[in-house]
Design a protein around this ligand. Structure first.
Ligand SMILES: CC(C)(COP(=O)(O)OP(=O)(O)OC[C@H]1O[C@@H](n2cnc3c(N)ncnc32)[C@H](O)[C@@H]1OP(=O)(O)O)[C@@H](O)C(=O)NCCC(=O)NCCS
Length: 156
């Protein structure tokens, strides 16, 4: 077990069906906020896990969707104060286990080219770059940023 995996094992991860909590967490992780309604709609079609620390404070969440044998990470965020302590690793492990058990053999995601932390995270978790989507993310008052498409095999 690596040091990151050992740290990740300290967090309790469970399925979350609370759109208000998820919207509040999202607002702490990103500059924009996805509404409670947006998360409520998402919960209809996607699986969401949240990670808690020992005081049962929610520190992060992951949203995944599966279609046939392909799964996708729709969103992943960890609150700033809890970053680099294995929370995203714990969330991803749980998500991979879940979609793998449902029959997915590949897990895909898109990440902004300028999101250095997230790209480093995914690379550290065995995701490989497989493509690019031009000008995929609009930026207020700035040039749109490309998305990097990444993939990892799971359950094999
Ligand atoms: C990307 C993000 C989810 C990572 O969450 P995290 O809980 O800090 O990640 P972990 O602690 O599990 O990190 C595991 C490994 O990923 C890599 N990593 C994570 N953050 C990194 C950073 N800022 N710089 C370099 N490597 C990083 C490291 O290899 C790390 O292991 P180490 O700490 O032992 O060196 C978090 O930074 C975040 O929420 N960012 C804002 C929202 C976002 O960009 N989401 C992704 C959108 S696609």
């Amino acid at each position: 077990m690596t040091r990151t995996d050992a740290r990740a094992s300290r967090f309790a991860v469970s399925q979350c069906r609370d759109p208000a909590l998820l919207s509040a967490l999202h607002a702490r992780c990103f500059e924009t906020r996805w509404s409670i309604d947006a998360f409520a709609d998402m919960l209809e079609a996607a699986t969401v896990f949240a990670a808690l620390n020992e005081t049962t404070e929610s520190l992060g969440y992951i949203v995944l969707r599966t279609a046939a044998d392909e799964a996708e990470i729709i969103s992943l965020g960890v609150v700033p104060a809890a970053r680099r302590s294995g929370v995203a690793t714990a969330l991803l492990k749980c998500g991979v286990r879940h979609v793998g058990a449902g029959g997915a053999t590949s897990l895909f995601l898109e990440v902004a080219e300028d999101n250095i932390a997230a790209r480093a995270f995914y690379e550290s978790r065995q995701f490989a770059r497989i493509g690019r989507r031009d000008a995929y993310y609009s930026r207020l008052g700035a040039v749109a940023v490309d998305a990097i498409v990444m993939r990892r095999a799971i359950g094999v």
